[in-house]
Design a protein around this ligand. Structure first.
Ligand SMILES: C[S@@+](CC[C@H](N)C(=O)[O-])C[C@H]1O[C@@H](n2cnc3c(N)ncnc32)[C@H](O)[C@@H]1O
Length: 265
């Protein structure tokens, strides 16, 4: 047991060093600064909006539904409160927000979704007719809300696309009430034999099928690259603490193919 300790300490020292020294964020091909990254990401998602849901379910073999459900279940204690105010950032066509709404049932919790792609929000709006979900067109790095407005902030598979992760975390902390919680669901990089298999699928198969069905070159090659760039759990947790979360943890889903970052302000 004592032999593994220094390694753990070394790893967390590395994470801490990385979190201190670098500005990390999405960097799609051709982007050269934060503004051009954000613009490229916005255009990318707008271009695949018409086929986004179909491709999502197809390429994940519908496991994405299980991940949204599990993430929503994690916050049942907040969603059951009638006065709870909840926002799902980078909501896309709304599936995480729908999972939150299903978990909330008739509790009366207010649930919003926000995204900066108008085309994605249009589809969310079509899907949510007859529900009490509301959609806001907004940049997750500069949200149109006053401080301390929300009890829960979630983001599913969208946070990784932000041009500045630390700025994104600070913005989440800003809009959370004291003791508020955050859930960031995103892809990870599984290890071992499962990891090898998964990497082959993710890097070789998924980009080809995604490009073929969406008819758009680029986004589905960007996906594995963006996951590779995204901080490892230890570093991400360090960034969350530095942004102002008093507690932070990571729960792997499906061998670590995805995982939920949880934080409490
Ligand atoms: C991979 S999709 C995820 C959509 C949805 N949350 C889901 O689980 O299917 C990523 C979404 O993040 C949005 N996004 C990326 N950067 C954003 C930003 N800075 N502000 C708001 N939305 C952003 C994109 O427009 C896109 O709709």
């Amino acid at each position: 047991m004592s032999a593994s300790r220094p390694e753990v300490e070394n790893r967390s020292a590395c994470a801490s060093k990385a979190a201190n020294n670098s500005v990390a964020g999405a960097a799609p091909q051709g982007a050269f600064d934060k503004e051009s990254s954000a613009r490229a990401i916005q255009e990318m998602f707008t271009s695949i909006a018409p086929r986004y849901d179909l491709l999502n379910h197809l390429l994940s073999f519908s496991v994405d539904r299980l991940w949204w459900w599990r993430a929503a279940r994690h916050f049942a204690h907040i969603l059951s409160r009638p006065d709870a105010r909840v926002i799902d950032l980078c909501c896309g066509t709304g599936d995480m927000a729908f999972a939150l709404l299903r978990r909330a049932g008739n509790s009366g919790a207010t649930i919003l979704g926000a995204d900066f792609s108008h085309a994605m929000l249009q589809r969310a709006g079509q899907k949510s007719a007859g529900t009490c979900l509301c959609w806001v067109e907004a940049d997750a790095l500069s949200l149109p809300f006053a401080d301390e407005q929300f009890d829960l902030v979630t983001a599913a598979f969208g946070f990784r696309n932000l041009a500045d992760y630390d700025a994104g975390l600070r913005e989440i902390v800003r809009i959370l009430r004291p003791e508020g919680e955050c859930g960031i669901l995103d892809f990870g990089e599984p290890r071992g034999a499962i990891g090898e298999l998964y990497r082959f699928y993710f890097k070789q198969v998924l980009p080809r099928v995604g490009t073929m069905i969406s008819g758009v070159r680029g986004p589905y090659a960007y996906l594995p690259a963006s996951v590779q760039r995204f901080p490892q759990p230890a570093e991400m947790l360090e960034r969350m603490r530095r942004a102002g979360f008093k507690q932070a943890s990571w729960t792997p889903y499906t061998f670590g193919i995805a995982g939920l970052y949880w934080g409490k302000k």
